[in-house]
Design a protein around this ligand. Structure first.
Ligand SMILES: C[C@H](O)[C@H](O)[C@H]1CNC2=NC(N)=NC(=O)C2=N1
Length: 93
């Protein structure tokens, strides 16, 4: 599938994102907030850049923790879009 990154490309991109890990065909991170409200406020800040990029992370909230998972569903794995979005989301905390 065009656009899928090689294992080597994934590893070198991950090296630039210290809080993110590879989990199967996704990259993932968990962020900790003070409480549920702050976690939800973070998720709300994700909406605009995700819509602008047409690329949407999987999000799960557990009280004060937000787990973000990125994968390019259309391509069936990781593409540059996932790493670009991970970098964008890292600026929102
Ligand atoms: C048409 C639309 O842009 C696509 O379906 C987009 C929407 N958001 C998406 N988000 C993610 N994470 N992967 C996709 O393949 C994807 N596709």
């Amino acid at each position: 599938m065009p656009g899928l990154l090689s294992t080597q490309e994934i590893q070198s991109q991950l090296a630039t994102l210290p809080d993110w890990t590879l989990n199967g065909k996704t990259i993932q991170t968990t962020l900790n907030f003070k409480n549920f409200i702050e976690a939800v406020e973070f998720v709300n800040r994700v909406v605009s850049p995700a819509e602008a990029a047409g690329h949407h992370p999987d999000l799960s909230i557990s009280y004060n923790r937000v787990t973000i998972s990125l994968s390019t569903h259309d391509a069936g794995g990781l593409t540059q879009k996932d790493f670009t979005m991970a970098k964008t989301l890292s600026t929102l905390t």
